[in-house]
Design a binder for this molecule. Structure first.
Ligand code: G
Ligand code: G
Ligand code: MN
Ligand code: NA
Length: 249
């Protein structure tokens, strides 16, 4: 495919860049930043990862691309002030095609980033594989001190049973529930249920896509401890992190 060839060139030419979104404690203060990849295409301008990540997943390009994201995020985060964490999204395909433990350990070693400051965001697609190999890889990664978050929770098919047995630190409630909070009792009920479940299992609860003060207040009442979204900041490159930390302090 066309985009596949272009993406190959983009990786070589370094047309990719990481942007960062602050992850806030619900009562204020920056906990970390989620890395979101962007592609500056020479003719088409900014291409969304929603467009090119699926293409990369369909060929083996997700492996070098995912490796680039992991290494770049760790290297950039190593320059941030001490306790601030970085969140890195991983595709299911990266677990199939790579020794993820070795990748993560190498990214930490090369960057000098302490393991406690790295958080991996995995998808329900990874959980649904229900593979002993993935579970054991994640256990070893967590044993390093790296945290693991389950992204986009509520949109896929993972059951509560998976949550109990899967090595996780955090659940990220998908932003579609946050969007519907104001006008949907069921969205609020679902967030409340996830919140209760998370507390029972000892998992931190993050809500994504927070755009209004009203949503923030509602999420506080529903028991979320961590939030992110356009309410706090636009996405910015790593060099703007010190500025974001000042603005959000
Ligand atoms: O940043 P944006 O909302 O446009 O991202 C669209 C989708 O691309 C989201 O599902 C997001 O998780 C995914 N995405 C963004 N950056 C990365 C990345 O570095 N790796 C992977 N695997 N997915 C990413
Ligand atoms: O799948 P994942 O949760 O990683 O997707 C993150 C995507 O969500 C990013 O592409 C980012 O642009 C988008 N995003 C982040 N915050 C908000 C928000 O407050 N509102 C909306 N609509 N999208 C957001
Ligand atoms: Mn994410
Ligand atoms: Na999400």
């Amino acid at each position: 495919r066309d985009m596949e060839a272009e993406l190959r060139v983009a990786l070589a030419r370094e047309e990719l860049e990481l942007f960062y979104q602050p992850q806030m404690a619900i009562d204020g203060g920056v906990l970390g930043f989620e890395a979101l990849v962007r592609w500056w295409h020479p003719e088409r301008g900014l291409v969304s990862p929603a467009e090119f990540i699926p293409v990369a997943e369909d060929c083996d390009l997700i492996l070098p691309l995912g490796e680039w994201v992991l290494r770049t995020a760790c290297a950039e985060a190593a320059a941030w002030p001490e306790p601030v964490r970085v969140g890195v999204n991983l595709s299911a395909a990266q677990f199939a095609g790579r020794d993820m433990y070795a990748s993560v350990a190498a990214a930490l070693r090369y960057s000098g980033l302490p393991a406690e400051r790295l958080e991996l965001e995995i998808t329900e697609a990874i959980v649904l594989k229900d593979s002993q190999e993935v579970v054991s890889t994640l256990r070893r990664i967590r044993a390093l001190g790296v945290r693991v978050a389950l992204d986009d929770f509520g949109t896929g098919y993972s059951s509560i049973a998976y949550l109990r047995s899967f090595p996780l630190d955090k659940i990220k409630i998908d932003r579609s529930f946050v969007r519907d909070l104001a006008h949907s009792d069921s969205a609020a009920a679902i967030v409340r249920a996830i919140s209760t479940l998370g507390a029972t299992l000892g998992l931190t609860l993050n809500a994504e896509g927070v755009e209004t003060e009203a949503q923030l207040e509602q999420l506080r009442q529903l028991g979320c401890s961590e939030v992110q979204g356009f309410l706090f900041s636009a996405l910015r490159p790593s060099r703007d992190v010190p500025m974001m930390l000042r603005e959000l302090a």
